[in-house]
Design a binder for this molecule. Structure first.
Ligand SMILES: Nc1ncnc2c1ncn2[C@@H]1O[C@H](COP(=O)(O)OP(=O)(O)O)[C@@H](O)[C@H]1O
Ligand SMILES: [Mg+2]
Length: 312
């Protein structure tokens, strides 16, 4: 049996009459990336704050890194690292000074603190920048420094609250690479994001949070399977070929104007190969083929009925 980094049951939290978390259950096995995905205001940061001991839940039970959150918050704190939505970086200090300050807070001996700081600056490509005030850094560099500071204490479980929101695509990819390396080292990651692509790219398991409730949970593939909508669209050179294909395949929706035939399909390589070889055997060759596999966008839209725009 795998050990659980996080086991939360029936988490509830309200601010005044506003219910923010309405009975959330979470299980995160050690050494995996779990992504809590949801739009602004869904309750992601509140969840991270509760799991990382910064805020108290109104109800529910939580074990983090094997410790009971309510009874042993100090043990939990000692096992985790948190990189918040808002940077913990002191912009007046240099990158190196920020790291040394963190090493002091973690009570590392001086020499070890310096070694650790140097190693992290190297690893996060901040050696040059390490001598300059963090206020002069780009957004991506500040996020990297922020995460480096979290790693000073060698946490086995890291909470990353929207680590790439507002970053340009290149900085986002470099953050993804860093996250992958951490997991390769056996670290567990609890990642919140508004980006479906990010969860799809990184997470072993994804939970969709909407208005304080989990509306779905599973691997990206499992979530995509929750919704229909995969199809293949074939375009033909003339109406004669379109008709021949329609009769040969015995299924699909033909559009005689556009000369297309739309077929339900999971879009797998095997399904495409079978389809094309059947057409080929009968010399009914399409001029074009488009495959639409449902993505997490489709899942979220189907399950929440929200407009795509509001998710971005
Ligand atoms: N300290 C607080 N006091 C009052 N309301 C809060 C507080 N923190 C969060 N909220 C509310 O709880 C809801 C969820 O917030 P949050 O957890 O920050 O969502 P997310 O991180 O998913 O954007 C929002 O409606 C927010 O306004
Ligand atoms: Mg948030």
């Amino acid at each position: 049996m795998t050990n659980l980094a996080i086991a939360a049951n029936g988490l509830r939290k309200s601010y005044g009459d506003k219910v923010v978390l309405d009975g959330v259950d979470l299980t995160v096995p050690e050494g995996t990336i779990f992504s809590l995905l949801g739009p602004n205001g869904a309750g992601k940061t509140t969840t991270v704050q509760i799991l990382s001991t910064l805020t108290r839940a109104d109800g529910g039970t939580v074990q983090v890194a094997g410790h009971d959150l309510a009874r042993r918050p100090d043990d939990v704190r000692g096992a985790i690292g948190v990189t918040g939505q808002y940077s913990a970086v002191d912009k007046l200090l240099t990158g190196e000074e920020n790291l040394l300050l963190m090493a002091d807070l973690k009570h590392l001996p001086r020499g070890e603190g310096r070694r650790k700081a140097a190693e992290l600056l190297e690893r996060f490509d901040l050696v040059e920048a390490g001598r300059k005030p963090a206020g002069t850094y780009s957004g991506g560099m500040q996020r990297r420094l922020d995460l480096a500071m979290t790693l000073v204490g060698d946490p086995r479980l890291i909470f990353l609250d929207e680590p790439t929101t507002g970053l340009d695509p290149r900085s986002r990819r470099s953050m993804w690479q860093i996250v992958r390396e951490l997991v390769a080292d056996g670290v567990t990651i609890f990642l919140t994001t508004q980006y479906l692509e990010e969860a799809d790219e990184l997470a072993d398991r994804i939970a969709l949070l909407d208005h304080g409730r989990l509306i779905a949970e599973g691997t990206a593939e499992e979530l995509k399977r929750l919704i229909p909508g995969g199809h293949i669209e074939l375009t033909f050179a003339d109406a004669h070929l379109l008709d021949a294909a329609r009769r040969l395949l015995g299924t699909g929706v033909a559009d005689p104007e556009a000369l297309t035939l739309q077929l339900p399909s999971d879009g797998s390589v095997r399904a495409i190969r079978e389809l094309l070889s059947l057409l080929d055997e009968h010399s009914v060759d399409p001029t074009e083929m488009n495959v639409h596999t449902p993505d997490l966008d489709d899942v979220f839209l189907t399950l929440t009925g929200q407009q795509k725009e509001t998710l971005r």
